[in-house]
Design a protein around this ligand. Structure first.
Ligand SMILES: NC(=O)c1ccc[n+]([C@@H]2O[C@H](COP(=O)([O-])OP(=O)(O)OC[C@H]3O[C@@H](n4cnc5c(N)ncnc54)[C@H](OP(=O)(O)O)[C@@H]3O)[C@@H](O)[C@H]2O)c1
Length: 326
């Protein structure tokens, strides 16, 4: 992947690590569609389709993928590894992020479950291991120490968290510093219509401490494509849970979609591409995004959101237009 002076397709550091990532990564939660809680949102996906999504994401310039234990208990991880193997990608050519599921579990399960993560992702290694949320029954110190142990044992290249408050993000970073590490990232819901990290202290803390914010649901599950605002048929074939998640955002985001559509047209790109481009550029290098996909074309378009520059005025205009979602 080439670099250029226009900040297009230029990789960034993940936190203060030496890991280089593209501003957009590929989320692969959808690979576990039809399983566990995801059956309410996404259909089951066959290997042929997930392989094509992986290949298309790579071809569009994306160099990293985000998965998790919670996405089908290994199903998403296994399909991701299959897709990378089918694309003949070597371990050193790709960056992988996964997550430990803390819900009602103790910190000792961090170490107990790492062999499963590595088995499902085999032959690929874990560049970023994240604590998925704040729902463990163990203290944050114990969880973070267990993650740091995995780092010391050479099983993971960096430690991240997800859905952590600003306070617990700072605490995690402090604990890691005692172990000679820093917190690489916090993965949270961040999109043009969900901007609470800008007002709750998390973004400021991330900027100050050099922690990458990984934006999950950066398109708010598809709302920010604009297709649902302008085409009733777009709901056809969508699962019940997905419809509910999308419909509740439509009215309040209609005006924003119309405005962004104008900017998108002037760049000959889509509304979704403007929404992603703003997210990964407005705050400098701090925010990266991991849009999910159920079609190769979506992965292609999302990767291509790294291929153009919004002007400073456009970045500021989009910020102003979406200020009600702060
Ligand atoms: N850490 C956490 O707690 C957490 C929580 C949620 C997600 N995540 C991660 O974040 C990733 C992304 O989140 P998400 O999938 O919930 O939300 P998202 O990326 O905002 O939305 C993805 C959905 O939007 C639609 N879409 C994507 N690109 C499109 C395009 N170019 N044109 C038209 N439609 C497009 C697709 O919907 P259809 O399939 O309906 O076409 C796709 O499934 C996940 O894969 C996962 O890795 C993490």
């Amino acid at each position: 992947m080439s670099k250029n002076t226009n900040n297009v397709l230029v990789k960034r550091k993940l936190g203060k690590t030496d890991i280089d990532i593209t501003p957009i990564g590929q989320g692969v939660m959808q690979f576990a569609g039809g399983h566990t809680f995801l059956k309410f949102l996404y259909n089951k996906m066959d290997d042929n389709l997930s392989n094509r999504i992986v290949k298309t994401a790579l071809d569009s310039g994306i160099n990293w993928f985000d998965t998790a234990e919670a996405y089908g208990g290994g199903i998403s991880e296994t399909k991701l590894a299959k897709g990378l193997k089918a694309a003949k990608v070597k371990d050193e050519e790709v960056i992988l992020a996964t997550k430990w599921s803390p819900v009602l579990r103790r910190s000792k399960s961090v170490k107990k479950t790492i062999s499963d993560r590595l088995k499902y992702l085999e032959p690929y290694t874990i560049d970023l291991h994240q604590i998925h949320n704040q729902m463990s029954v163990s203290s944050i110190r114990k969880q973070v120490d267990a993650m740091a142990d995995l780092y010391d044992e050479g099983k993971i290249r960096s430690v991240g968290v997800s859905n952590f408050s600003a306070k617990n993000t700072i605490l995690t970073n402090d604990i890691l510093k005692e172990r000679g590490l820093t917190l690489a990232s916090n993965q949270v819901n961040y999109s043009l219509i969900h901007r609470n990290i800008e007002s709750n202290g998390l973004l400021d803390a991330a900027k100050e401490l050099g922690i990458t914010i990984i934006a999950w649901s950066p398109l708010q599950m598809g709302v920010l494509t604009g297709i649902y605002h302008f085409d009733e048929n777009a709901f056809k074939d969508k699962k019940y849970g997905k419809k509910i998640m999308i419909k509740r955002h439509l009215n309040k985001s209609l005006e924003l979609m119309k405005e962004i559509d104008q900017i998108a047209k002037s760049h000959k790109v889509t509304i979704a591409q403007v929404a992603l481009n703003w997210l990964v550029n407005y705050h400098g290098d701090t925010v990266v995004a991991i849009p999910g996909a159920t079609k190769p074309k979506q992965a292609e378009l999302n990767g291509q959101a790294m291929n153009f520059n919004l002007t400073k005025t456009e970045l500021n205009d989009v910020e102003e237009l979406s200020r009600e979602f702060l």
